[in-house]
Ligand binder design. Structure first.
Ligand code: 2HA
Ligand code: ZN
Length: 274
């Protein structure tokens, strides 16, 4: 089986291209990881050439023995579709969940994304929280969400409520809301711990002055989630640019009516009176 023609590698590459096309991946910005299904590993295993084990930099015992497709550190999303084997890799985790090795890809050298600790800690939390359903973690530099982190208070309540108000489908797409991490140094364990803590509750975490992290079951749902959040942020940026005050909006009671009809539960903590 040509590994580049498998559905899962094609889906991974298409998501990288879509994110690049929307302007969320300048230079080497952003990263994507996917926790593979057993049958997907079996399908491509004949292509594996394991390299040496390396430390992850954190411990994810809940992911022991799992395989992930990952973007490469310093690689550009705009190049992924053109040459997947040079820009992405498949990695295997050992039985302790403390080490990984590259088994395919990054043929011209390199290592997995600089945000590997954040990605894997988020995967561990989401695998446990969703009974194994969530498989995708996506980090992108969404322009309008980043812009909002300079003018809105950095709280889960304000970001969730303001984004919900900007488009009726938002509370249906992310009924759990979004979490917010204040500015932190990227790439390390500290930001990974803070993000994975938020991921216990949310499928979206905003990194102030940096971007977002999203979690989901598959490429469509996870990309769609990031797209919906960023679209909503874009509307809010336009509204705020026109006027500091809204003349009318979706009210807390409108949200409660929506929740009933669409059969979602919207936490009351986000439906505060302003
Ligand atoms: O350059 O986006 O957060 C990759 C990143 C780091
Ligand atoms: Zn980033």
């Amino acid at each position: 089986m040509n590994i580049l023609e498998t559905k899962v590698i094609e889906g991974f590459c298409r998501m990288c291209q879509d994110g690049y096309d929307l302007g969320w991946h300048e230079r080497n910005g952003g990263n994507l990881t996917y926790r593979m299904k057993n049958e997907e590993v079996e399908e491509v295993k004949a292509n594996f050439e394991p390299k040496e084990w390396k430390s992850i930099g954190t411990s994810v015992p809940g992911l022991a023995g799992e395989y992930f497709i990952v973007t490469g550190s310093g690689k550009y999303f705009r190049n992924v579709s053109l040459a997947p084997e040079k820009n992405i890799a498949i990695i295997e985790l050992d039985e302790t969940g403390e080490n990984y090795r590259i088994v395919w890809g990054l043929v011209e050298g390199g290592r997995p994304t600089s945000e590997l600790p954040s990605h894997l800690m988020n995967h561990e939390v989401k695998k446990a929280a969703t009974n194994g359903m969530h498989r995708v973690i996506y980090h992108c530099h969404t322009t309008n969400v980043i812009a909002l982190t300079f003018v809105l208070p950095l709280t889960d309540e304000v970001f969730t409520r303001e984004l919900w108000e900007m488009a009726t489908e938002c509370p249906v797409v992310f009924p759990g809301g979004v979490g917010v991490v204040g500015w932190m140094v990227p790439g390390g364990r500290e930001i990974a711990v803070a993000t994975s803590e938020l991921m216990k509750k949310y499928d979206v975490a905003v990194w102030a002055h940096h971007g977002i992290f999203c979690s989901g079951e598959d490429f469509d749902l996870t990309f769609g989630l990031a797209h919906t959040v960023e679209k909503s942020a874009e509307i809010l940026v336009k509204v705020l640019a026109m006027s500091p005050n809204k003349l009318q909006t979706i009210t807390p009671n409108n949200f409660r009516d929506l929740a009933k009809d669409f059969n979602v539960s919207l936490p009351e903590e986000f439906l505060y009176e302003k």
